[in-house]
Design a binder for this molecule. Structure first.
Ligand code: PRX
Length: 667
């Protein structure tokens, strides 16, 4: 955006309150209504689904559950709500693997492709629904043979290979809960998660391919297994053929045990509220929380959101969620949602820069991907690398783009829309959490006029409100994002710790779910996520969101990515320190720093002008791509760094420390 188009600066008053929880400064005025072309075939184009759900959200979800899912027995009660404990579709029985596989095969879709899988070295596999069903039944019998029964837990520690969804679905088929541990996590993380869940079996692989190298998983698992008394058997998929040790009687090669496995396995009739899986959220300080998701409500909401948020046309779409299955995004939108809806997906093992920085775009061209779902961190990385990579490929098959995981800065949104979507694909920014299980706040692409950087509105059947410190509703302006009624895919608790569940999510505001995000509502009622409230800065008594300052920086044409923190300051309480990564071909200089500081002041106000700009080639991120502002605060305040084990690349911090000590600061 040229400077001339900028709103005329600094309105530092908040319309909602004189002392708001978080102030709202950033103004983004571009709007993108759904095109006529998109609306023509869209599943939802008007308001009626919202109206229907608003009238009776329980009835609405019950209709979705009947429409999208096959049940053995229908429920007696849609919802039992004993705050904060919910039970959905009480008395209903179903099987998740049956819903994801058998029913599609029975409907004649056996030959339909479930996954086009692409290994990082370039090897590929095409897996149909019938083949997936065969493999899952066999592996279900393998697990049974190892003594796994209904109600047990199975740990899974794998790279992005087809045996990962096979293992998950095999668990659901026999009524065991899985606990997938992201393959990038350490032995210690794996050990703690196995022990918390008391898993009986571990499914792993020798290794996986990542950025041209083998990440050895089995050797890491072996370290964990030295101290996991509940594990009786380990199944190892051979992927990379690195040297591994196999313990006699305990460890088994997948290909060996599958050879003789019986090919049929009847799905268990599970209760709607039986545990489907545990997924641990990785706290850096506290013990990880085993987030519990159950069966009927979860499957209903993931199928619903996958269908309507992505406007899924299962006969023609080729859908690609580029997350790792080790995160909730992969659970809900690579495995359960797409398979429940009979979609054809792409699954990719490796990183976007292997062998070159156009790998994703070559995958989109090769498979004719129509829907791409990824994270802002990836988009900003692609901005940094430059447009020559996407431009080298024909991506005209794309018709819809999605974003998840962090607030997407308006400029990154527009870059995604223009350079990946060719200016014709709606971008759906989807807000949700491991705890919510499924998308909660998002546009419906045929119905919602988009604003770049806004997740827009709660989906039909979901109710969200922004509140201030006193739990009073905010209608325009910033505050805390809360959810005010139960939803089908909501977490049922923290494994083994109901009190911690209540304390963590339900104690800050009475009767409301709050999990740490700030948000603002604009004059049109659009929701804008403002990041974690722990990150909110206090500058001369103004509570400024890091997200807004970052968005103002990314708004400058030279900037690809920015992370902003508040560091202690004698005059202003906190001063804004900005770490900035420039786009390819742009030079860092003191003048550029000054220009950026001014840009922020013009864009959102003098109060938000960074005191210091530190240019850096990279930012410290968690392995799921979230910027670790806590570390940047430590650097800015000259403290020793705390725990850095969750960092994706620890060397980034050393580089930033060096830059921080040599960057000029405004007097
Ligand atoms: O802060 C929000 C951010 O990610 C958090 C949830 O992280 P996790 O449990 O790892 O799940 C990520 C995938 C669902 C949220 O509390 N977040 C997620 N999506 C968005 C977001 N922040 C802003 N906009 C989003 N679309």
């Amino acid at each position: 955006m040229a400077d001339a188009d900028l709103p005329s600066g600094a309105d530092t008053t908040n319309p909602a309150d004189t002392n708001p929880a978080i102030e709202a400064y950033f103004l983004e005025e571009r709007t993108f209504p759904p095109s006529e072309g998109f609306k023509k075939d869209a599943l939802v184009t008007g308001q009626s689904m919202y109206d229907e759900a608003a009238e009776d959200y329980r009835g609405f979800w019950a209709r979705q559950a009947l429409d999208l899912i096959d049940w053995y027995d229908e429920w007696d009660t849609i919802l039992e709500w004993d705050l904060p404990f919910a039970r959905w579709f009480v008395g209903g029985t179903l099987n998740v693997a049956y819903n994801c596989l058998d029913r599609h095969v029975a409907n004649g879709l056996g030959d339909k492709v479930a996954y086009y899988w692409e290994g990082e070295p370039g090897d590929t596999r095409t897996i149909t629904y019938a083949q997936l069903l065969d493999e899952v039944q066999k592996f279900a019998n393998v697990l049974k043979g190892m003594g796994v029964t209904r109600g047990d837990r199975v740990a899974i520690y794998m790279p992005m290979i087809p045996e990962l969804p096979v293992a998950m679905l095999a668990c659901t088929r026999i009524g065991a809960a899985h606990s997938v541990v992201f393959g990038g996590f350490s032995s210690d993380a794996l050990r703690d998660r196995i022990n918390d869940a008391e898993a009986k079996v571990l499914v792993t692989a020798d290794g996986g391919n990542r950025r041209g190298a083998v990440t050895a998983l089995k050797p890491a698992a072996d370290v964990a297994l030295a101290d996991t008394p509940s594990i009786e058997h380990v199944v190892v998929v051979q992927r990379t053929k690195n040297d591994v040790e196999m313990v006699d009687g305990r460890d088994h090669w997948y290909h060996d045990v599958m050879k003789d496995a019986f090919p049929k396995c009847e799905p268990e009739r599970m209760d709607s509220e039986d545990l489907l899986y545990l997924l641990y959220t990785s706290g850096t300080t506290a013990k990880p929380k085993g987030i519990m998701h159950t069966t009927g409500g979860y499957l209903t909401q993931v199928a619903f959101t996958h269908k309507y948020v992505f406007d899924l046309h299962p006969d023609t779409d080729v859908y690609w969620c580029a997350a790792d299955i080790g995160w909730v995004t992969g659970h809900s939108y690579i495995v359960y949602g797409p398979l429940a809806n009979g979609a054809t997906s792409v699954m990719y093992e490796g990183t976007p820069d292997c062998p070159d920085k156009d790998r994703w775009w070559s995958i989109i061209e090769k498979y004719g991907v129509t829907i791409l779902y990824t994270a802002p961190t990836a988009i900003r990385t692609f901005m940094k690398w430059g447009t020559q990579y996407p431009e080298a490929h024909d991506m005209s098959s794309l018709r819809l783009l999605g974003s998840v995981g962090e607030p997407i800065n308006p400029e990154a949104w527009v870059w995604y829309w223009e350079h990946i979507g060719g200016g014709s694909c709606p971008v759906v920014d989807t807000w949700w959490q491991t705890e919510t299980g499924a998308i909660m706040i998002s546009p419906l692409p045929g119905a919602t006029t988009l604003k770049p950087g806004s997740a827009t509105f709660p989906l039909p059947g979901i109710s969200a409100e922004v509140v201030d410190d006193d739990a009073k509703r905010v209608d325009v302006g910033g505050g805390y994002l809360t959810l005010t009624q139960p939803w089908p895919a909501m977490l049922r608790g923290i494994y083994g710790d109901p009190e911690r569940y209540r304390d963590t999510y339900w104690s800050r505001f009475e009767g409301r779910y709050f999990a740490g995000d700030g948000a603002k509502l604009d004059d049109d009622g659009y929701l804008w996520l403002l990041g974690r409230v722990d990150d909110v800065m206090n500058v001369s008594g103004h509570r400024v969101s890091t997200t807004e300052v970052e968005s103002a920086l990314v708004d400058h044409p030279s900037v690809a990515e920015a992370a902003v923190v508040g560091a202690k300051d004698e005059t202003t309480g906190q001063a804004i320190i900005a770490y900035v990564t420039l786009r390819g071909g742009q030079e860092a200089s003191p003048e550029r720093g000054e220009e950026l500081r001014k840009h922020v002041a013009v864009k959102i106000g003098a109060i938000a002008r960074p005191k210091t700009i530190i240019f850096t080639d990279d930012l410290p991120k968690t392995r799921s791509g979230k910027i670790m502002r806590r570390l940047l605060r430590d650097v800015a305040e000259g403290r020793d760094l705390g725990d850095t084990t969750t960092l994706a690349d620890a060397s980034v911090v050393d580089e930033i420390k060096k830059r921080a000590t040599t960057s000029p600061t405004e007097e």
